[in-house]
Every structure is written in structure tokens, then in C-alpha cells.
Design a protein around this ligand. Structure first.
Ligand SMILES: *Cc1c(COP(=O)(O)O)cnc(C)c1O
Length: 396
């Protein structure tokens, strides 16, 4: 099997697995218990919090453990909205190509009377600090923009956007789920007030993540109960996964440069190889891009058929379009960067990790080239285009 869907989830690293097992076997106490066995669990929890804080440039008390990226996004957005509403501020700035965890949380707030302004991301798939500055109003209570996009891999100028928010005293949250562990993240240097991350996107376990909240920022709990996480997130802590996440993050940060040096040539070769397929186009900016992300549109095919045929060849990839989940809507991200519906349906995302090899990349290029040609050969629409009866959308 060739696994090229690391933006969806990643394989756990050996260090992450090795960190988890001893906790499950012998340090499985409840961190809230007063006897020393419970306190040993508490020590492991606080040690993990400290190590994660160091990786982000944060203070340990600014780290809240959550069930993952989605929960962290929801808590950040709801917290800023509640704090804003108390001061009569109900305007929120975000973008059209955020993850659904952000977009759907914002939609819920809209129904509660908040005004959500989604900035355009243009053809390159980014947001500029000037766009943010122009959108900020006296009643803006939150700017939430992703650090890097999960579909097209584009990286936003987060430090500069953070600077604009800071100058206007508007809280700034970033969904950094695709960035943390892959590109440098420093909450202080990059002027970030709140940040979401998720362990399973950097070779840690699923179901665990972090919300970083700058000291002094108001925080609302989504889950009421015990006093865990300083009363901001109730529920017995998942210490095995938290410790495993800390190990995975330290490993990812320590090897970030080496991994990028391995990945960037693979990514560029994949882009070069797939570009030679006629009527294809790379989605998103070629330069400001995650080291492992490749996303293409191929005119005249359906992404789902492409995925199924690649699966037959042992290749795991992803398509932007959501037909598999019962909807025929193409990816909101591809529509946001201006791809027409027809072309957005023929998209393919390949997201590499440090476990991928140059040989696998060559196999992917050969397989995708063959499958695209095969599917086009079966398509009446494609034949009509080739006969000049229907115009092509993408340039040859
Ligand atoms: C995966 C992902 C999420 C969701 O994280 P979970 O831990 O799976 O809930 C949120 N935002 C982005 C950008 C993601 O890639």
C-alpha cells in the first residue's frame, strides 16, 4: 500500500506508540486522585503539558487539552463570541476555505445573531493582512483564519495577520491543525491569541488535541463537569494519548527541517509529473505550500472514480469532492479558489509524509497518468471536448 492521505490522518510514529503503552500498562491512575498513584498520573500530564508548551513557544498554563482539532476550533470560536457579545461586539472575520469545524461553528453563531464575514481567498488560496485590516470594524470580536489549508496546502501569512489583529486589539484564532509539526509555529512571534492543533495530523494518536489560549483571554467551557483543565474542559484526562501527543510533537518539531528537506523534492517531483497530464492544473499557490501537499484538478473525470481505481492499485489518496458522504457538492475550498463545479469534481489530493519514498512518488505519477487517461477514454463528455463540440475549461 502507498499511503498518500496524510492530511486526513497519519500513521502513529514509533516514539508516539512507545510513549503511550507504559501509561496504559502502569500509570493509568486518575490525575484528580489524591493518593500518590493518582499524582504520578498528574505528573505525567503536567510534564506533557510543559513539553507541548515549549514546542509552541507558549506557557504550560496556556495549554488546554481537547478531544482534537474540531473541539479546539469550536471552543476558541465560542469563547471569543461569548466575550464579544458581552461587549456588544458580534462581527466575526474568517475565510471561505476554512475547515468545516470552523465554518459550521460560525454558521451556528450566525443563527444566534452574529455577523460572519468570510474573506475571499483568491486563485492562490490565501488571505492577505490588508484584507483583514480592511475588514476589521469596531464591533469585530474575532478573526479566525487557518494557518495552512487542509485541501490545497496553502500557508497563510499568519504572523502578519496576527500583527494586524494585535494592532486593532481584535482576538486572533488560527486553526493550525495542518501546520503544527510540519512548519514553524511560535504563538508569541506570530502574534497568535488562540490556536488549535490535533495529534493525529503529526503521527500522534486520534482523538486528542490542544487549544492554546493566551493568558488573560476569556475562555468558555463547552463541556461542564469536573474541574479538569482549570475548569475549562471537564472530563478525566486521556493521559496516555496526551503523553503520546507530546512525544509525537517533540519528534515532529525536532525533525521538521529534515522532514521538509525530504518532502519538498518529492512534492515538487509529483507536481512536475502530474503537470504533464494534459488539461490538468495544480490547485493553490505553488510556493507558499505545505511540504507534503499536492492537489490537482483533471478536466473530464470524476474524483471518486479516480480514487477507486487508485485504490485498486494500492494507493490511498483523497478527492476534494464529497460524493462519498452522500452529497454531490464539490469541495468548498476548490470553489473558493475559483474552480468551476465541473473541474472541482475532478480533483485529487495527495498528501505525503516523511514515510513516503521517491519510488512511491514515481508509482503514483504512473498510476494517476494511466487512470486519468482510462477514465477520459470512457467519458462521452471528454470525447465531445476532444471533437471540439464542448469547450475545454483548463488550458492544455
Ligand atoms: C483534521 C483537521 C481538523 C479536525 O481535527 P480533528 O482532530 O480530526 O477533529 C480541523 N482543521 C483542520 C485544518 C484539519 O485538517
Amino acid at each position: 500500500m502507498i499511503y498518500a492521505d496524510n492530511a486526513a490522518t497519519t500513521k502513529m510514529s514509533q516514539v508516539a506508540l512507545d510513549a503511550m503503552i507504559p501509561i496504559l500498562e502502569s500509570n493509568w491512575g486518575n490525575a484528580s486522585s489524591l493518593y500518590s498513584f493518582g499524582q504520578q498520573a498528574k505528573d505525567a500530564l503536567e510534564d506533557a503539558r510543559q513539553r507541548i508548551a515549549v514546542c509552541l513557544g507558549a506557557q504550560p498554563r496556556e495549554i488546554i487539552f481537547t478531544s482534537g482539532g474540531s473541539e479546539a476550533d469550536n471552543q476558541a470560536i465560542v469563547s471569543a463570541a461569548r466575550a464579544g457579545a458581552r461587549k456588544g461586539k458580534k462581527h466575526i472575520i474568517s475565510s471561505a476555505f476554512e475547515h468545516h469545524a470552523v465554518l459550521h461553528a460560525l454558521k451556528a453563531l450566525e443563527q444566534q445573531g452574529f455577523e460572519v464575514q468570510l474573506l475571499d481567498v483568491g486563485e492562490a488560496g490565501t488571505v492577505t493582512p490588508d484584507q483583514v485590516e480592511a475588514a476589521i470594524r469596531p464591533d469585530t470580536c474575532l478573526v479566525t483564519l487557518m494557518f495552512a489549508n487542509n485541501e490545497i496546502g496553502t500557508i497563510l501569512p499568519i504572523a502578519q495577520i496576527g500583527e494586524v489583529c494585535k494592532a486593532h486589539k481584535v482576538p486572533f484564532h488560527t486553526d493550525a491543525v495542518q501546520a503544527v509539526g510540519h512548519i514553524p509555529v511560535d504563538v508569541v512571534a506570530q502574534n497568535i491569541d488562540m490556536l488549535s492543533l490535533s495529534a493525529h495530523k503529526f503521527h500522534g494518536p486520534k482523538g486528542i488535541g490542544v487549544l492554546y489560549v493566551r493568558k488573560g483571554m476569556p475562555l468558555t467551557s463547552l463541556i461542564e463537569g469536573g474541574a479538569q483543565e482549570r475548569g475549562k474542559r471537564a472530563g478525566t484526562e486521556n493521559i496516555a494519548e496526551i503523553v503520546s501527543m507530546a512525544a509525537a510533537l517533540e519528534d515532529a518539531c525536532a525533525n521538521m527541517e529534515r522532514n521538509a528537506n525530504h518532502l519538498i523534492p518529492l512534492r515538487n517531483r509529483l507536481i512536475e509529473g502530474l503537470s504533464s497530464i494534459p488539461y490538468s492544473a495544480l490547485n493553490g499557490d505553488a510556493e507558499h505550500r505545505l511540504p507534503g501537499n499536492v492537489n490537482f484538478c483533471f478536466e473530464g473525470i470524476e474524483g471518486e472514480s479516480l480514487l477507486l481505481l487508485l485504490d485498486d492499485k494500492g494507493i490511498c489518496a483523497s478527492s476534494g469532492s464529497a460524493c462519498t458522504s452522500g452529497s454531490l457538492d464539490p469541495s468548498h475550498v476548490l470553489l473558493a479558489i475559483g474552480r468551476p463545479h465541473e473541474v472541482a469534481h475532478g480533483s485529487l489530493r495527495l498528501s505525503l509524509s516523511e514515510y513516503n519514498t521517491a519510488e512511491e512518488v514515481e508509482q503514483i505519477i504512473a498510476a494517476v497518468t494511466e487512470v486519468v487517461e482510462y477514465l477520459r477514454g470512457m467519458s462521452p463528455l471528454w470525447k465531445a471536448k476532444c471533437a471540439g463540440k464542448v469547450p475545454f475549461v483548463l488550458p492544455e
